[in-house]
Design a protein around this ligand. Structure first.
Ligand code: AMP
Ligand code: GLY
Length: 409
């Protein structure tokens, strides 16, 4: 098939890598230098015009911004097959207030919250919560619109800096899990669960980012927990919204069971990078089934080997980033490197975004997968490069360093 991939990050590079391996002909709009090695770049964000110029059999949308703006409706009106949710359903990610009210309406387990529309109301509402307390900006913020305030003064500052439209919610304790399912308006095909690492620093310290690394291992969710999430979270949303495309539930596994931190209406970045390493079914065909309402008989198989992606971030990220630093060593690092924030400069590949590279490796067990990713990083360099040293450490702690996973049926 000819497949157009919309987006320019590491997630889109990983999707392109997988689909190219299956023999599909790849187009990327606007793409990035990594995708350019796998197919043809259409250097535009006029996506429908890009599709008209190459006539793809299928289009896959990576990022949320075009989804929230209605690219899927536009493609469908033009009779083009596309993987993603309609504009209305995409508001689940586009507005935190809408998403929380929707969850309350459907009885989906989530943190207790109050919505406010002014700084004054926000400051008053803080009295309803203990600290730490979580303050969330209403609109899209690339993973940076959330502040976990440790005390009252920090909380008031967060209300002032993120407002005026906010969700204020109770702080939940537990481990985070990313649960993503592919949907066709009616049928649901779950992906393997992944675990992201949102904070910039080791041990979950420092400010939140879009995600500093993720791993995929069949043991992250038990079969019973996965079924529970499908029944209590994903199913009700798909039924209420006729959701098409990838529905991503960011979960906190609390002592009272899984609770939804957020919905995304797309694949995760960096979760997609380790997922694409493990998928073991014709992914292009399953994507086509999502676009055409034929997921009823589809399923996804997964390779048993766990996979790990470590993000290499630019100087300053997640704050003000520096760009233009020369990147060396990708070709000789020995594993797959997905490009998220790069451009071709006069002397070679340069940094051009916050999350520059996603170094992704598999292994016979999780410890080996992580060791392979970190060994590859030793060979890569750019000035200001920083990364977390503990991606997958939670899994290793949970299961022991060298346990071979057993394959779930
Ligand atoms: P969100 O964009 O809503 O997923 O929030 C970004 C990140 O902030 C999450 O991935 C969590 O790490 C953290 N977070 C959000 N809401 C909460 C909460 N209620 N309790 C604890 N941590 C949270
Ligand atoms: N990695 C989190 C996200 O894609 O939103």
């Amino acid at each position: 098939m000819k497949i157009l991939i919309i987006g320019s990050g590491g997630r889109e590079h990983a999707i392109a890598w997988r689909l190219a391996q299956e023999g599909h002909h790849i187009y990327g709009a606007p793409g990035n230098p990594g995708i350019a090695e796998l197919g043809q770049i259409l250097a535009t964000t006029e996506y429908l015009a890009a599709a008209d110029s190459v006539n793809p059999d299928l289009t896959v949308v990576g990022p949320e911004v075009p989804l929230v703006a209605g690219v899927v409706d536009e493609f469908r009106a033009a009779k083009r097959k596309i993987v993603g949710p309609a504009r209305d359903a995409a508001q689940l990610e586009g507005s935190k207030i809408h998403s929380k009210e929707f969850m309350r309406h459907l009885g989906i387990p989530t943190a207790r919250y109050t919505r406010v529309e002014s700084a004054e109301a926000g400051i008053l509402a803080l009295a309803e919560f203990d600290t730490p307390v979580v303050i969330k900006a209403d609109g899209l913020a690339a993973g940076k619109g959330v502040i976990i305030a440790q005390d009252r003064a920090e909380a008031e500052a967060a209300v002032r800096s993120l407002g005026p439209r906010l969700v204020i919610e109770e702080f939940l304790r537990g481990e985070e899990v990313s649960f993503i399912a592919l949907c066709d308006g009616k049928n649901i095909v779950p992906l393997e669960a992944t675990q992201d690492h949102k904070a910039v620093g080791d041990g979950d310290t420092g400010p939140n980012t879009g995600g500093m690394g993720a791993y995929c291992d069949g043991r992250i969710l038990s079969a019973a927990d996965a079924r529970h999430v499908l029944n209590s979270v994903i199913g009700p949303v798909v039924e209420a919204t006729r959701f098409t495309g990838f529905l991503y539930a960011g979960l906190m596994m609390t002592a009272d069971g899984p609770k939804v931190l957020e919905f995304n209406v797309r694949l995760g970045d960096p979760e997609t990078q380790p997922l694409m390493h493990r998928v073991d079914s014709p992914f292009g065909e399953v994507l086509m089934a999502s676009a055409t309402g034929n997921l009823a008989d589809a399923s996804l198989r997964w390779k048993p080997q766990p996979s790990v992606c470590v993000v290499l971030a630019a100087a300053g990220y997640p704050g003000q980033i520096r760009t233009g630093d020369l990147i060396t060593g990708i070709d000789r690092c020995g594993t797959q490197v997905f490009q998220g924030g790069t451009k071709q400069g006069p002397k070679g590949l340069e940094t051009a975004g916050g999350r520059v590279l996603g170094v992704t490796a598999s292994g016979p067990d999780l410890a080996a997968a992580a060791a392979n990713a970190y060994a590859a990083i030793e060979k890569i360099h750019f000035d200001g490069m920083h990364y977390r040293h503990d991606i997958a450490a939670k899994g290793l702690k949970r299961w022991g360093p060298a346990t071979i996973r057993t394959i779930a049926p």
